[in-house]
Design a protein around this ligand. Structure first.
Ligand code: ADP
Ligand code: MG
Length: 342
């Protein structure tokens, strides 16, 4: 019988994951949370073990023309750690699996692992294994990270409540602007006899793209302050997509205030130069590696004391939808690829 053919684009990434993972009933009592959050949650006795995997492909997730291997190794670990932090946990172990193309030398892989080692040092994580194979289509990096969290501190995407404050760590859109700068210089390099990349004054956005920081300090600060967010997600696909994930999982709406979204001066400057909109970079850019979380409104003062965290809006009823309020009081719907307008 003809089962027909559905194009992946019809479902989108999230629809595809939902479809592929839906017929897997949980068979083990230790499986507390399967697919659908930033990391899987497994009962480890007195605490929860968190487990997350990420895959990065050359030509899709990174371009080795301008991405130094050392930075790539570091960034791959940061990305993996972000998913553990998003569950309010701390990372402890990781495995690294690589598919290696023939164009890479042993010294190249030494560089990649120097970056991985640096991130392991910075975030106190142990490399405990992995896998190595040949690849015909460029470099493949798969990272799995294990972390732990006290059971009463676990934070899912699904716990946001009406009136909760929406908070984010750091600033948004810079990594995306860094990527644009690197792409611009790559194009200039291709068509120029005297290629001198123009990176002066752009250090911040380049660092955000090439050597991101996992917001582990913010998680430590929340732990110290005794604040357990009601929901949390790491911002990897852009604020819009990730806040919509919170709305979907928590069955709520959200009201964000555009002028409160933290965007660095350097991001504004690059956007101006490229005639791009810095707000679009923040909303849809991705690669920010910051945390988006919600807390009860009673925690506002404590959040302000921590520093480095901005309150950008609040949670509303699901009927109110996801709204972005502009400085002139206008309202626009928050949309992202893979989500239907609600
Ligand atoms: P993130 O961007 O935080 O890495 P994703 O959007 O990739 O998360 O994935 C969302 C959820 O779906 C996660 O819980 C992840 O483990 C799960 N998932 C993604 N791809 C697959 C897959 N191919 N099979 C099973 N689960 C998947
Ligand atoms: Mg995530």
């Amino acid at each position: 019988m003809d089962k027909g053919r559905t194009e992946i684009a019809e479902l989108g990434e999230f629809g595809l994951i939902d479809r592929l993972t839906k017929d897997f009933p949980v068979r083990n009592a230790g499986t507390v949370k399967a697919a659908g959050d930033d990391a899987a949650v497994i009962d480890a006795g007195d605490r929860y073990m968190l487990f997350s995997s990420d895959l990065m492909l050359e030509g899709v997730d990174f371009d080795l023309v301008y991405f130094p291997l050392k930075h790539l190794g570091y960034k791959a670990v940061v990305r993996g750690i972000g998913d553990i932090l998003a569950m309010n946990g701390l990372p402890e172990q990781l495995t690294v699996s690589i598919g290696v193309s023939a164009k890479l030398s042993v010294e190249d892989l030494d560089e990649l692992y120097a970056g991985i080692r640096g991130a392991c040092e910075d975030y106190r994580v142990d490399l405990v294994g992995g896998d190595t194979t040949a690849s015909v289509n460029g470099l493949v990096i798969g990272i799995s990270v294990v972390g732990f969290v006290a059971k009463d501190m676990i934070t899912y995407r699904s716990g946001a409540k009406v009136n909760d404050l929406v908070c984010i760590t750091g600033d948004l859109g810079a990594a995306y602007m860094g990527l644009h700068l690197l792409e611009r210089e790559k194009r200039a390099f291709a068509g120029n006899d005297n290629p001198q990349p123009q990176f002066e004054g752009y250090e911040y956005i380049l660092r955000r793209q090439l050597k991101p920081v996992a917001p582990i300090d913010a998680v430590h600060s929340l732990h110290s302050a005794g604040i357990v967010p009601t929901s949390m997600i790491d911002i990897t696909d852009g604020l819009a997509s990730d806040v919509l994930q919170i709305c979907k999982s928590s069955d709520c709406g959200v009201r964000l205030y555009l002028e409160r979204i933290p965007i660095a001066r350097e991001t504004h400057r690059m956007a101006e130069e490229l005639k791009a909109d810095p707000v679009v970079a923040a909303l849809n850019g991705g690669d920010d590696h910051e945390l988006l979380f919600t807390v009860p409104v009673t925690r506002q003062g404590e959040i302000a004391k921590i520093g480095g965290i901005d309150i950008i809006g609040h949670i509303t009823s699901p009927l109110a939808g996801a709204r972005l309020v502009t400085p002139d009081g206008g309202e626009i719907s928050v949309t992202a690829p893979g989500f239907r307008d609600r």
